[in-house]
Design a protein around this ligand. Structure first.
Ligand SMILES: *Cc1c(COP(=O)(O)O)cnc(C)c1O
Length: 461
């Protein structure tokens, strides 16, 4: 019997709807609060930053949301994306586990982020936005939004976390190719950026800081909106096409997963892969349900070490307060190479699921993730993004555990992107220059103690 390595859906079987988990959650999420007054924020107030159609999705409780035809046409450039069976990795690990991975690196931007970038650019264009601002950590989100803006003829300004700007010059070239303007953050281009530079002229930057800059820029220009690459409900929604495809692909493989594993930065990649499975479980609680594992860096352990509390989405305290797992908005994560996972908070929806015990979280140190990524590359041929290495690490650990315990689980993980722009990180690893950077305990404690106070009734509605 020939082994089937790749599960491909026909183009005509690509999902034409996104799945909205809010429709199946037992109750509403704690509402966002105004950063200054700390009162509940309505959609009108958020409307200064986002177009109406995206705000509607943000608060929608409709289960299925149609993907617009123009978005589907662009998705078809690389979707449906492949699901692979990792036979060679299984053999190398001598594990009886069956390992599958969903590969999102086939998108023109090289990661899952293009799924939402295309949708956001489409809705902004339809609602008459002319320019988008955003932040980017490792550069993947900035890259995705640059590609999407060029498809929909929008101007694009990207605030790129300074440490990544310096580590990854080709990311900058990539974004500029599509017509975007790039600012290293903290930058002198905005007032908040200048304040941050005054406080610490050598600041490596953080996603939280870059968000503050992108938000300030967008607020000052009525033709401009802000775009966020993760965290918000509508972003998570757009990513659910991943999990919907995986469900169909696992049916082809005649498998039911025991574990679904994905790395977590802001949570959209994890949400995209797992929410359709969580939805099944919420609709049919008696059914069999996989264990869902969110994997994060030990250097930025938001889900495993953070608190579930209201906090600002950005560093300067200008973004709304949302209830989420957080290390504190002032926490500046160490400059690990998985830049896309250096965020102090996490999506409110993912945080609520963790709080309700519907998902699990694990933290893994940097060196172990690169060891896993290298093993994976040498067996499967794909060079993974440092972020994706976190999911690979945990999938391998589960497979090794299965070997030791003699169980035969089906493990599915998300390979969220390729690492072709991260070769300097691999260089450092191969040269023995990488460190684990897990010694942030003291700074984490300090940042947690700076959480904003909110009215008690909003904390416990
Ligand atoms: C941004 C990014 C992540 C983390 O994304 P979230 O959806 O915010 O959790 C993971 N993998 C890759 C390749 C990324 O670019």
């Amino acid at each position: 019997m020939t082994k089937r390595v790749k599960y491909l859906l026909r183009e005509s079987d690509m999902p034409t709807v996104w799945y909205n988990l809010a429709s199946d959650l037992p109750g509403p999420l704690p509402p966002p609060l105004h950063p200054v007054t700390k009162e509940i924020m309505g959609p009108q107030e958020l409307g200064r930053l986002f177009p109406a159609s995206l705000l509607e999705q943000e608060t929608s409780t409709q289960r299925w949301i149609d993907i617009p035809g123009e978005v589907l046409d662009i998705y078809r450039l690389w979707r449906p994306s492949p699901l692979y069976r990792a036979y060679r990795l299984e053999e190398a690990l001598k594990t009886p586990a069956r390992i599958y991975y969903k590969y999102e690196g086939v998108s023109p931007a090289g990661s899952h982020k293009l799924n939402t970038a295309i949708a956001q650019a489409y809705y902004n264009r339809r609602d008459k936005t002319e320019r988008l601002t955003t932040e980017t950590g490792a550069g993947q989100w900035g890259s995705a939004l640059s590609v999407a803006c060029s498809f929909f003829d929008l101007a694009c300004d990207v605030y790129m976390v300074r440490v990544s700007y310096e580590q990854k010059p080709y990311r900058r070239s990539f974004m500029q190719t599509y017509g975007a303007r790039i600012w290293p953050s903290p930058s002198t281009h905005t007032a908040v950026g200048r304040q941050m530079l005054e406080r610490d002229p050598r600041s490596p930057g953080s996603l939280g800081m870059a968000i503050s800059e992108a938000v300030t820029d967008a607020m000052a220009d009525p033709t401009c909106s802000y775009a966020l690459g993760s965290v918000l409900n509508h972003v998570l929604l757009h990513q659910t096409i991943i999990g919907l495809e995986v469900k169909a692909q696992l049916r082809m493989a005649q498998e039911e997963p025991d574990y679904i594993v994905a790395c977590v930065g802001g949570g959209s990649n994890f949400a995209g892969l797992t929410f359709p499975f969580i939805g099944d479980n919420l609709q049919n609680p008696q059914g069999r349900s996989p264990r869902l594992v969110a994997v994060e860096p030990a250097a930025c352990p938001t889900l495993t070490r953070g608190v579930y509390a209201y906090d600002y989405g950005d560093t300067a305290g200008m973004a709304p307060l949302v209830k989420m797992h957080t290390l504190g908005h002032r926490f500046v994560p160490p400059p690990i190479h998985a830049g896309g996972l250096r965020y102090h908070g996490c999506a409110p929806m993912v945080s609520a699921l963790l709080d309700q015990g519907r998902i699990e979280a694990r933290a893994v140190p940097q060196l172990a993730t690169f060891a896993a990524g290298l093993l994976f590359a040498r067996q499967e041929g794909i060079l993974p993004a440092p972020e994706s290495n976190h999911a690979i690490r945990h999938a391998i650990d589960l497979a090794l555990l299965a070997r030791d315990e003699g169980t035969e689980p089906c493990i599915v993980f998300g390979l969220s992107g390729h690492g072709h722009f991260d070769l300097s990180a691999y260089d450092n690893y191969l040269a023995g220059h990488l460190e684990d950077m897990t010694d942030a305990e003291e700074r984490m404690g300090k940042a947690r103690s700076q959480l904003p106070a909110v009215p008690a009734e909003e904390e416990n509605p």
